[in-house]
Design a protein around this ligand. Structure first.
Ligand code: FAD
Length: 418
C-alpha cells in the first residue's frame, strides 16, 4: 500500500518515542521528537535491558494483594507504597486489586503474548538490518532460587505458561544450575530457564537509535516540554512546546510515567502511576554471569553486558519523588549477594533510578486519543517498556498510516479506563 508522507510530532524521547520515530521514518514519514529533558535519559536509560517474552503474565494475579501486603511489612521490602492521600493512587490500587483473579490474569497474558513475541523478532531484525551497536545477546533468562519450597512452587506457574502460552521453562535442579551458570554459588535449590529471551544495553540502544534517526532527518528538540495542542474540532494543527508552536499532521504522546499529567490535553483517563526502580552499573566482575538472571526471592535482577554489569529492580509507589534513596541501592547488593560468587564489582559507574509507567492491568495504551483524530497515545508500558518498544513503534506507524495492525490492538485501547 502507498502511504502518504506525513509530518509527525512525537512527544517524549524514551524507547517508545524512539521506536515510533524509527518505524514512522521507515514508512516514509518525517518526524520531530520533543523531550522535556534529554532524549533517552529517563526510564529507558538504566533499566535491566531484558527483551523478555517470558514475562507474559500481568502483575495482578490471584493472591498478589496478600503477598504484596506481607512483603511490605518486612523492614527492607523491595516493594513499598508511600502512604499518602492521593486519589489517583488509591483508584489505581483498587483497579489492580480487582484484577487479581485468574480470568483477568489470563486475559492480560493473552493480550500481551502476541505483542511480546512480535517485539522480540522486530528487535532482532532492527538490530541486524541497521547494525545497531547495543550489545544484543540471546542468552535466555534464568530464575534462580535458594529455597526448595519456592523453587518447586514455581512449577504451577510453569505449567500454566506451558499450557496457555506454549512457554515452558527448562527446570534445573541443584547442581544443574551451577553447571549452566557457574557464576552462581553452589548449594542453590534450582532454577527455571527461558531460552528465548534476549538482552541488550539500553543506554547504547538509545544512543544508536538517536544517531540513526538523526542521520535520516529526524529533528530532536530537548529541554522542550509539551504544553498543549493548538487547533479545534476533530484535529489538531500544532503543539505548543517550549514556548513555540510546532506544526504537524499527526501527534504521538509517548511520555511514559508523566502521561497521567496530560489527561486534560487528551480528554481521557490515563491511570498510570510512576513505579520507581533502581539500578547499579559497574564493571564486569572477574566471575561474571553469562546469563541474565532474576532472583525472585529478593526480586533482584542481574544483567551481564559485554561492556559492564548491572543489578536492578525494587518497586516504589512514591509519586513523582525524584530523590535517589541509597538504602534502595543497598537492597540490590544485599539481594544479589546470597546467589552469586562475585555479586558486585567496584567502582560503581552508575547509580540510577527511573519511573516505570505502571498501568494497573500491566497492558500498554496504544490508541487514538479522544481529543482528536490525529492525536495518538503510546504509553503505560509498565515493567515491559523496553521489550515492547519495537512492537509499539510498528503498531503506531500502522495506525497512523491507515494500515491493518499486524497484531490485535483492541486490548490496548484507552476506552478500557473510561
Ligand atoms: C529498574 C528498572 C528495570 C527495568 N527493566 C526492564 C527490562 O529489563 N525490560 C523492559 O522491557 N523494561 C524494563 N523496565 C521498564 C522500562 O524501562 C520502561 O517501561 C520504559 O523505559 C518506558 O519507556 P517510555 O519511552 O514509555 O518512557 P521514558 O523512557 O520514561 O520516556 C518518556 C519521556 O517523555 C518525556 N516527557 C515527559 N513529559 C513530557 C512533556 N510534557 N513534554 C515532553 N517530553 C515529556 C520524558 O522526559 C521522558 O524522556 C525497567 C524499569 C526500571 C525502573
Amino acid at each position: 500500500m502507498n502511504v502518504k508522507s506525513k509530518q509527525v510530532l512525537i512527544i517524549g524521547g524514551g524507547i517508545v518515542g524512539a521506536c515510533c520515530a524509527y518505524y514512522l521514518q521507515r514508512a516514509g514519514h518525517r518526524v520531530t521528537i520533543v523531550d522535556r529533558q534529554s532524549f533517552g535519559a529517563a526510564c529507558s536509560q538504566g533499566n535491566c535491558g531484558y527483551i523478555c517474552p517470558s514475562h507474559v503474565l500481568p502483575l495482578a494475579e490471584p493472591g498478589a494483594v496478600g503477598r504484596t501486603l506481607k512483603a511490605m511489612l518486612k523492614p527492607r521490602s523491595p516493594f513499598t507504597i508511600k502512604p499518602r492521600f492521593d486519589l489517583a493512587l488509591w483508584r489505581w490500587l483498587w483497579g489492580f486489586a480487582r484484577r487479581c483473579n485468574r480470568q483477568d490474569m489470563l486475559a492480560g497474558g493473552h493480550a500481551l503474548h502476541p505483542i511480546l513475541e512480535s517485539s522480540l523478532s522486530l528487535y532482532r531484525q532492527m538490530v541486524a538490518d541497521e547494525h545497531i551497536d547495543c550489545e544484543w545477546e540471546e542468552q535466555g533468562l534464568l530464575f534462580a532460587y535458594r529455597s526448595a519450597e519456592e523453587f518447586e512452587a514455581y512449577s504451577a506457574t510453569n505449567d500454566l505458561l506451558a499450557n496457555e502460552f506454549h512457554l515452558p521453562a527448562e527446570k534445573l535442579v541443584g547442581p544443574e544450575l551451577t553447571d549452566r551458570e557457574p557464576a552462581l554459588r553452589p548449594g542453590l535449590a534450582g532454577g527455571w530457564f527461558y531460552a528465548d529471551d534476549a538482552h541488550l544495553r539500553p543506554d547504547r540502544l538509545m544512543s544508536a537509535l538517536r544517531r540513526l534517526l538523526e542521520s535520516r532527518g529526524a529533528v530532536i528538540r530537548e529541554q522542550c516540554a509539551f504544553e498543549g495542542f493548538v487547533g479545534e474540532g476533530d484535529s489538531r494543527r500544532a503543539a505548543r512546546c517550549g514556548g513555540t508552536e510546532i506544526a504537524a499532521d499527526e501527534f504521538v504522546v509517548a511520555t511514559g510515567a508523566w502521561s497521567a499529567q496530560l489527561e486534560s490535553h487528551l480528554r481521557c483517563r490515563l491511570p498510570i502511576q510512576p513505579g520507581k526502580g533502581y539500578s547499579l552499573t559497574m564493571p564486569r566482575p572477574a566471575v561474571c554471569p553469562r546469563i541474565p538472571m532474576i532472583f525472585p526471592e529478593t526480586r533482584v535482577a542481574v544483567t551481564p553486558f559485554e561492556s559492564g554489569y548491572r543489578l536492578g529492580s525494587t518497586m516504589e509507589f512514591s509519586g513523582y519523588d525524584s530523590t535517589l534513596n541509597r538504602s534502595r541501592l543497598q537492597l540490590l547488593r544485599d539481594g544479589a549477594a546470597p546467589y552469586l560468587r562475585e555479586p558486585s564489582c567496584d567502582p560503581v559507574e552508575g547509580e540510577w533510578w527511573g519511573w516505570r509507567p505502571m498501568t494497573y492491568d500491566s497492558l500498554p495504551i496504544i490508541d487514538r486519543a479522544p481529543i482528536a483524530r490525529n492525536v495518538w497515545v503510546a504509553a503505560g508500558h509498565s515493567m515491559l517498556g523496553l521489550t515492547l518498544g519495537a512492537v509499539t513503534g510498528r503498531l503506531v506507524t500502522e495506525l497512523i498510516s491507515g494500515q491493518p495492525p499486524h497484531v490485535p490492538v483492541a486490548p490496548f485501547r484507552v476506552a478500557r479506563f473510561q
